[in-house]
Each structure stands twice: as structure tokens, then as C-alpha cells.
Write a protein that binds this ligand. Structure first.
Ligand code: MN
Ligand code: MN
Length: 300
């Protein structure tokens, strides 16, 4: 099944915005730059160009593989010689584009960053209807191993649907036993994560969480928590958000306890920051692609 023309146009608009933001931020990031400035620049450009952030901009440095975004008043800066993954999500009316790039300030890792890009380029070459997810994983793994690196085995690409970033189906970057095959009209975030050969090649969860999303309605004791939850549902629906987008509530003395209740009740859930198990540096490259009749189209 192909994607209805109207939906496709919105995916394409989101994709174009995401691509432009990716290009601009690549030129902007420098060593010593406050991470919060990168996040706000990406999210601001997204809005200026007529999209909305589909999730908070992720800025994940060195051994942090994904899911770091600045909390409010973040003081962290890009360290010298850093390897910086910037992961950008844009949506137009719920149609999502998800793309990432690695900005490398350490020549030692240039080749590893190129490997992530090459694995992504190879994915674009092979993606087509009927391709098995097992075969896909093996091909990506082989591309990365041949160059002397290791794929991160527990971070995967994912099917995208309207307002849903991880829509159930995963696209692992290693050999796997999935029985599933790709279908025409499906949209995927394709994202090889690459690390050094002597790394674990897996990520662990840190305790810290800076990215959240609405999970389900719960009865809440604190009326202020109810108010914040209805704001979250109205503005972000099922998409991830950051506390930086809740600043209109943050000046209240009740904010901290209200937000804690949203988490403890599981009305809202957090995404833990992912770190490479051996604390080795990780690179990432990501496009959103559409599976077409004879192959795939890159939307970002
Ligand atoms: Mn992404
Ligand atoms: Mn993704």
C-alpha cells in the first residue's frame, strides 16, 4: 500500500524542515557551546520553518548514545574533542521526520563517524519492500564490522506512524531473528549507532531522565498536576516533551511536587539517558525513509 498523497506531502514537509535544521546546526555547534543553546536553536529553527518539534532535540556527547536533552537552566557545555550526536524530530500535523548527525571534534573518531554515515548509506541502498529485517540487520552489522567497528546492538531503527515515533516495529542494526519483512508505504527512522570494536556494543539506562511523554490518564491528588497533565496532552499528545517546554508552570511553588506526582502515578513516563556499557564513544547517523515500490526514498 502506498501512502495517501496528502499524508506524504506532510511527511515531505517535515522531512525538508528536519534536513535544513540538521544542515544549519552542523555549522553552528562548537566546542564549549552550552548544550541548551543547541537544543533551543534546533527547536526554534523547527518552529520558524513551520514545523513543530516531534521530540526535544537530543544532544548526546561521547559515551552518551541518546536521550539527553537539556533540562531547564542546564549549565553543561560541549567539552573539547567531543563526539556530539544531534538528533532532531520535526512534525507537521503529526507526520514525523526523525534525523540525526554526529559532529566530531576529535579526529581519532572521524573514521567511526564516517562508518555510521556509510552504514546509513548502505541501508538506503538495500531498503525495499520484502526485505527481511533479519537480512537488513546482518547487512548493516557487516558494513560496520568490515570497517573495524561495532554496531550498538540494543538501539534500533523504528517504524513511524502519525504522532507515534516508535510504532512497534524495530529495525535492528545487527543480525536478529525477526520474521518480519518491510512493506511498501511504511516509514522508518533508520539509525545505525556505531562504537569502537572493544566496546560492549550495548547501552545501559542511566537514572537520569530529561525526556518524558504522556502515558495514560490517572486520578491525581494534586490539582496542579491535573492542570499540567491537561497542558501536556493538549500540546504534545503522545509525543515526547521536555520540562523546558513547561516553563509557564515552573515558577509555581507547586511545580516540583506536581511533576513528581505525574511521574509516580505513571500518567507521564520518562526516557532514561542511554550510555554505552563500557563508556566508549558512540556515533550515530539517521534518516527517515519511505519504503517505495522499487526501493526507498529518503525524506530527511
Ligand atoms: Mn532520532
Ligand atoms: Mn529515531
Amino acid at each position: 500500500m502506498s501512502v495517501p498523497e496528502e499524508d506524504l506531502q506532510k511527511y515531505q514537509r517535515a522531512g525538508k524542515i528536519a534536513r535544513e535544521v540538521r544542515t544549519e546546526i552542523k555549522r553552528t555547534v562548537t566546542e564549549g557551546m552550552p548544550i541548551i543553546d543547541i537544543c533551543e536553536k534546533v527547536e526554534g529553527l523547527t518552529r520558524e520553518k513551520g514545523g513543530k518539534p516531534a521530540f526535544p532535540c537530543n544532544v548526546s556527547v561521547n559515551e552518551i548514545a541518546a536521550h539527553y536533552t537539556s533540562p531547564p537552566n542546564d549549565k553543561q557545555t560541549i567539552p573539547e574533542k567531543a563526539v556530539v550526536k544531534v538528533d532532531i524530530g520535526v512534525h507537521v500535523d503529526g507526520y514525523i521526520a526523525d534525523t540525526a548527525t554526529t559532529i566530531c571534534f576529535n579526529p581519532e573518531y572521524d573514521d567511526m563517524v564516517n562508518t555510521a554515515e556509510e552504514a546509513l548509506a548502505h541501508a538506503v541502498e538495500i531498503l525495499r519492500p520484502g526485505l527481511s529485517i533479519t537480512r537488513f540487520g546482518s547487512e548493516i552489522q557487516k558494513t560496520i564490522k568490515t570497517r573495524g567497528y561495532k554496531p550498538v546492538s540494543n538501539l534500533t531503527g523504528h517504524l513511524i506512524r502519525r504522532y507515534i515515533i516508535h510504532a512497534g516495529k524495530s529495525l535492528p542494526n545487527v543480525f536478529n531473528l525477526s520474521t518480519s519483512r518491510l512493506k511498501e508505504g511504511e516509514i522508518y527512522g533508520v539509525e545505525p549507532f556505531v562504537t569502537v570494536a572493544n566496546a560492549a556494543g550495548r547501552v545501559d539506562n542511566l537514572k537520569e531522565e530529561y525526556i518524558f511523554r504522556f502515558q495514560k490518564n490517572k486520578s491525581l491528588k494534586n490539582p496542579y498536576a491535573k492542570q499540567i497533565l491537561s497542558y501536556i496532552k493538549k500540546n504534545f499528545l503522545t509525543l515526547p516533551f521536555t520540562e523546558r517546554w513547561l516553563t509557564k508552570f515552573a515558577s509555581s511553588n507547586n511545580y516540583k511536587s506536581a511533576f513528581s506526582e505525574l511521574l509516580s502515578s505513571k500518567a507521564v513516563i520518562g526516557y532514561p539517558v542511554f550510555v554505552e556499557e563500557q563508556r566508549k564513544t558512540v556515533a550515530q547517523a539517521e534518516y527517515t525513509i519511505l519504503i517505495e515500490k522499487d526501493g526507498c526514498a529518503v525524506l530527511t
